[in-house]
Design a protein around this ligand. Structure first.
Ligand code: PLP
Length: 384
């Protein structure tokens, strides 16, 4: 029967140690988690500023639900675009320094919306090899020619651009790479986009709220001018602590996305109560220097603590701090050993990362305190 092959494929995943297991938490998002009644210290979440469970966001969501209800009832272009959405778009545009912003339901959908709406058959996309899965899928959906350049390699990108005869070109990159925590060379990408008249689409899922002055993100970190060819995408489920995403840019490109992005048009607008929570979140992000300071302290603490050990950290200055192990099975063994000690750190293996670079992906947050990071450092030193 048609489903038997699924069972065979599932069994193969099991046999290769690649079958994923969800763990059900009985606690809200935060460093102190509980799974099956067992307390665990979590280093897994993208809640970099500790806002997911912040009282101000909870109050704003509750007040928002009382005033606006829970559901938006329709897509943005029909009747689902409510005042909290409009206000949030203006707030995001102002905060990120662009003329306009457009809300999407998720970051995955924002990427699927942007790329195929800007390029299509006969056009060309130039993408960093380590881009997030949603960007890879977006290129497929666009049916444009896809050129992937080695991670962060501006000369390789330049060569590809200079030999391209495509009518329209689009450069596509994560700003902070999700499995390595390093930054894309945004000024170089921007200069190449200028020189070859290309769109530059930047996914700042892990930089927005964390990097730059007042947490404005990676563009602010590099002090990059907001040009007409720059399309800036950020997510609202990570540092912003809620859900959703936005695309910010010049009036014309945002108008075009609003009119044509299928992932924007053919989906129900996000919950207005979430938009209310996000308005509060953006204020906390803007005033969040103390939170970011705590995050930088935790990052330095982890890096210092592991400096003279056998653990190799990647040169990451962000909340994503991968510990490279190399061997797949060893990475899983170490993650298991940490879990036994009540420390929850995910092991990331190929194909998510290149072969031979299996790693523990430590995510730090302003919500972690010094003792909690010390526990992780202590356990890793012991396991070394
Ligand atoms: C998480 C992530 C996304 C997807 O965002 P969601 O809002 O979770 O759908 C897109 N791009 C990158 C780089 C991400 O890390």
């Amino acid at each position: 029967m048609i489903w038997d092959e699924l069972q065979v494929a599932l069994d193969a995943l099991e046999g290769d140690g690649l079958r994923r297991q969800r763990r059900t938490l009985t606690t809200p998002c935060g460093p102190a988690a509980s799974v099956d009644g067992r307390p665990l210290l979590s280093f897994c979440s993208n809640d970099y500023l500790g806002l997911a469970n912040d009282p101000a966001l909870i109050d704003a969501a509750c007040a928002g639900a009382r005033q606006w209800g829970v559901g938006s009832g329709a897509s943005h272009l029909v009747s689902g675009h409510l005042a909290p959405h409009a206000a949030l778009e203006r707030q995001i545009a102002e905060f990120t320094g662009f003329p306009r912003a457009l809300l999407f339901s998720t970051g995955y959908m924002a990427n699927l919306g942007i790329v195929p709406t800007l390029v299509g058959r006969g056009d060309a996309v130039f993408a960093d090899r380590l881009n997030h899965a949603s960007l890879i899928d977006a290129v497929q959906l666009a049916r444009a020619d896809s050129h992937r350049y080695p991670h962060g390699d501006l000369s390789a990108l330049e060569r590809l651009l200079s030999t391209s005869t495509a009518k329209r070109k689009l450069i596509l990159s994560d700003a902070v790479f999700s499995m390595d925590g390093d930054l894309a060379p945004l000024p170089g990408l921007s200069a190449l986009a200028e020189r070859f008249d290309a769109w530059l689409v930047i996914d700042d899922a892990h930089g927005f709220g964390v990097l730059g002055r007042h947490g404005r993100g990676s563009l602010e970190h590099f002090d990059l001018p907001r040009t007409k060819r720059l399309v800036y995408m950020g997510t609202l489920g990570k540092a912003a602590g809620a859900a959703g995403a936005f695309v910010a840019g010049d009036d014309t490109v945002i108008d075009w996305l609003e009119q044509r992005a299928r992932a924007y048009i053919f989906t129900t607008a996000g919950s207005p109560m979430i938009a209310c929570a996000l308005a509060a979140s953006l204020r906390l992000i803007a005033e969040g220097d103390a939170r970011r300071q705590r995050l930088w302290q935790r990052i330095a603490q982890l890096r210092d603590g592991l400096a003279s050990t056998r653990w190799r950290l990647l040169p990451s200055a962000t909340a994503i701090q991968p510990v490279i192990v190399g061997d797949n099975h060893e990475a899983v063994r170490i993650a298991d050993a940490l879990y036994e000690r009540g420390l929850w750190v995910p092991a990331i293996r190929p194909p998510t990362v290149p072969a031979g670079t299996a790693r523990l992906r430590v995510s730090l947050s302003a919500a972690h305190d010094e003792t909690q990071v010390a526990q992780l450092v202590y356990a890793l030193r012991e396991l070394a």
